[in-house]
Design a binder for this molecule. Structure first.
Ligand SMILES: NC(=O)c1ccc[n+]([C@@H]2O[C@H](COP(=O)([O-])OP(=O)(O)OC[C@H]3O[C@@H](n4cnc5c(N)ncnc54)[C@H](OP(=O)(O)O)[C@@H]3O)[C@@H](O)[C@H]2O)c1
Length: 313
């Protein structure tokens, strides 16, 4: 008898990691529900080829009843909701990374969902200086308390078409003669390919004995460690540009961040400066991609495929 069809509800599925994950999960034949603030924004997520169904549904992650309705009847729940900076109203790290994550995990437990995957971030720590990393740690704790078998994934900086880092600096280098180096550009990252993050999620969802992952934390990191400065140098090399670097010591970066924080989409925030005080690499204390049977993809083969558009002509 064929296995019953998986019904996977994804929160934050319209985002960068979500778009890649949904295409991969849909190819397994699962029915995907995208719980989103704006269902119209999810209609572009059409499945390719002979795949499962993708259905957007309206959900307010700050409302317990709304989250309960989104989760009801699901076999799997994946939470990819996250923000990089705070804003007005409920756009706060605690409300989104902690309280909404807790609400989703609670609803999943109440609905008898078979598996919950919660996406956090490398560096999540209650002791972190950055509020982003603190809220990610609070979220992990709350999710595991509400749903102890949840699987937590902590990616490092994620790269791939439409990413937020390489695209941003490649675009900046097109128009400015200098690129800023917060903390002297010394912060180290271990960039992970978005396809590998999506593959990790797929692997956990489709594994026949997936209970072996229950309650585990995976650090998802790529094969190379590079400093912020090296990542900018790589971006310039791939796009065929030369630019000067301007070191921004923390106090100056924080002033710029404080002013930037007043904009609707800040180029830099005080909390991001705090984040850059700590390396964003795998600690080695948790399993990673290799433990899921995934060989991490190097940046070299992927970056030119989507940074081409920024090349100097
Ligand atoms: N990209 C990275 O480099 C990276 C690195 C480490 C960890 N992560 C984590 O991985 C997860 C996914 O990241 P991503 O890069 O795919 O993020 P993204 O592209 O910004 O997408 C995040 C999603 O969160 C939802 N969301 C944002 N603010 C919301 C709000 N106020 N209320 C309800 N939903 C909201 C949005 O869905 P709707 O608009 O459809 O509701 C959006 O599609 C996040 O938890 C992030 O912290 C990402």
């Amino acid at each position: 008898m064929p296995a019953p069809r998986k019904i996977i509800t994804i929160f934050g599925g319209t985002g960068f990691i979500g778009r890649h994950t949904i295409q991969m999960l849909a190819r397994t034949g699962a029915q995907i529900r995208i719980a989103t603030r704006s269902p119209a924004s999810a209609y572009f997520l059409k499945p390719c080829g002979d795949v499962g169904q993708i259905v957007p549904l309206s959900c307010d992650i700050h409302d317990t009843a709304s989250v309960g309705r989104a989760v009801a009847g699901s076999t799997h729940v994946i939470n990819l909701v996250g923000i990089l900076f705070e804003g007005g109203g409920k756009r706060k790290f605690d409300a989104i990374h902690h309280l909404a994550a807790q609400r989703i995990a609670h609803a999943a437990a109440e609905a008898g969902v078979q598996q919950v995957i919660h996406v956090s971030a490398i560096g999540a720590s209650k002791k972190a200086e950055a509020h982003y990393a603190q809220s990610k740690a609070d979220g992990e704790d709350a999710v595991l308390r509400a749903y102890p078998a949840a699987v937590i994934l902590r990616p490092s900086l994620v790269f791939g078409a439409e990413d937020n880092f390489f695209n941003r600096f490649a675009a900046m280098a097109r128009t400015t003669p200098v690129l800023p180096l917060v903390m002297g550009g010394k912060t180290r990252f271990q960039p992970v390919y978005v396809g590998d993050v999506a593959a990790a999620i797929c692997k956990i969802v489709t594994c026949p004995d997936s209970h072996k992952y229950a309650g585990q934390i995976f650090e998802l990191a790529g094969p190379q460690i590079a400093s912020f400065r090296e990542l900018l140098e790589t971006t310039l090399a791939v796009t065929g540009r030369k630019r000067l670097f301007m070191p921004l010591p923390a106090p100056i970066a924080k002033i710029i961040g404080a002013l930037g924080g007043l904009l609707p989409t800040p180029p830099l925030t005080v909390d991001q400066v705090r984040s850059l005080a700590t390396d964003n690499v795998a600690s080695g204390h948790h399993p990673g991609l290799a433990d899921l049977g995934i060989t991490p993809t190097a940046m070299g083969g992927v970056l030119p495929t989507y940074l081409r558009q920024y090349r100097k002509i």
